[in-house]
Design a protein around this ligand. Structure first.
Ligand code: SF4
Length: 387
């Protein structure tokens, strides 16, 4: 990629949503950012600035982008990347040369120029217990063997092993199952804040809106600038009143939050279907890299490429290929950082072979289903056996 060079000093950031706001604290330390592009009209109307940097719409800066080639880092989530890619290509910008997504840019630029392992986000399932039983859950929670217990010591060791081998991660996603089921959630959050606050930008907690958060958690979230991300499945589970109560409480405690409505999901197939997605190694790797589910997960001293790979391993330990063993990495060693970064970026000779069994979350998966559909007790599910 062209602009991983050390002489890249100026960047334009495209996006001012949650992805951008997690990357910006790191990027403004190392680059001059002339403006941020975001097409939400509220920013331009109110002359919104981030650390003095103006936020402007694509149309209002299009002429500047055309006059001279800037280096643009696109900091948006999942499929929102593709329309921006099209827009930039329409004015002659080339992917990987004039623009790049934030995940690739950060992991490559800091490694090439500073030998630093910098990644954009990591998921930390704090419990795999859940209050819901979603048929198409990406962590496969309804299909898991629940007899396995993951102790707090193992959880803390896993967190430490991960932070010992990275230099910076923009966002730490506290996920589940349902994280609010974790009894000592504040203790674990404090452990991360106290020990590793210099290595990340922000903690996010993703909750399914079935539990009203307790006062002490919200006080802690307010004091530590934690973002609560509410997943809204009310169209399926009808918890409208509860969501309203949760939002009222978050407002009362001045906790930053967002609501994500999950009306549509992808049916990834596994573990109900027997799939064989790709007919060659190249096609498998392409399928894997096009998948927008890629949010690497740390769990029980291991790193998984995505939550579905973790779920499969928890269903059956025979799904054990292409998992990074964190306890084999050496604290702060360059070699271990590189190993972690390569895994994070999917730079593996055979790719993630589990992707062969999974349709993934990408433009080619056309099996769209209603988000949050619950498995019923008498639903008969056949779990595919490892081959
Ligand atoms: S295709 Fe691969 S990366 Fe995508 S969700 Fe499935 S297992 Fe995960």
């Amino acid at each position: 990629m062209d602009f991983t060079n050390n002489d890249t000093e100026k960047l334009i950031i495209y996006g001012f949503g949650r992805v951008a706001r997690c990357c910006l604290p790191k990027l403004i330390q190392d680059f001059q950012i002339d403006f941020i592009i975001d097409n939400n009209s509220k920013y331009e109307k109110n002359d919104t600035r981030y650390n003095g940097i103006p936020i402007q719409s694509f149309m209002s800066v299009k002429h500047k982008l055309q006059e001279k080639k800037y280096k643009v880092v696109v900091a948006v989530s999942g499929n929102s990347y593709y329309p921006i890619k099209k827009q930039l290509e329409s004015i002659g910008y080339r992917e990987s040369i004039d623009f790049e997504n934030a995940k690739n840019f950060m992991s490559q630029w800091y490694w090439i120029n500073r030998s630093e392992c910098v990644i954009s986000r990591i998921s930390l399932p704090i419990t795999l217990k859940c209050t819901l039983n979603c048929k198409h859950c990406n962590t496969l929670v309804p299909y898991l063997d629940r007899s396995r217990v993951y102790t707090d010591d193992e959880l803390k060791e896993t967190i430490k092993m991960f932070f010992d081998c990275i230099d910076y991660v923009s966002t730490v996603l506290i996920v589940g199952g349902e994280p609010l089921l974790k009894k000592n959630l504040i203790e674990i959050l404090s452990f991360i804040q106290v020990n590793f606050h210099e290595k990340f930008s922000r903690l996010h907690i993703i909750s399914n809106c079935t539990i009203i958060p307790k006062d002490d958690l919200l006080q802690f979230a307010n004091q530590n600038n934690i973002l609560i991300r509410l997943s809204d499945y009310s169209h399926e589970i009808g918890n409208y009143d509860r969501i309203k109560k949760i939002i009222d409480k978050l407002k009362a405690f001045k906790v930053d939050y967002i609501v994500n409505k999950h009306e549509q999901w992808f049916d990834m197939g596994f573990p109900r279907e027997t799939l064989r997605i790709a007919d060659s190694r190249e096609n498998l790797i392409r399928h894997m890299t096009e998948c927008n589910a890629m949010c690497q997960v740390i769990y029980n001293k291991k790193m998984f490429f995505c939550a579905t790979q973790l779920g499969a391993f928890e269903i059956n330990r025979a799904y054990n290929k292409d998992i990074l063993e964190l306890d084999r990495l050496i604290v702060n060693s360059t070699e271990s950082k590189k190993k972690l970064l390569d895994y994070y970026n999917g730079n593996l000779p055979k790719g993630i072979r589990f992707c062969q069994l999974c349709r993934g979350v990408g433009p080619k998966n056309n099996k769209i289903v209603t988000g949050g559909v619950q498995l019923k007790r008498n639903d008969e599910i056949k779990i595919r056996k490892p081959s």
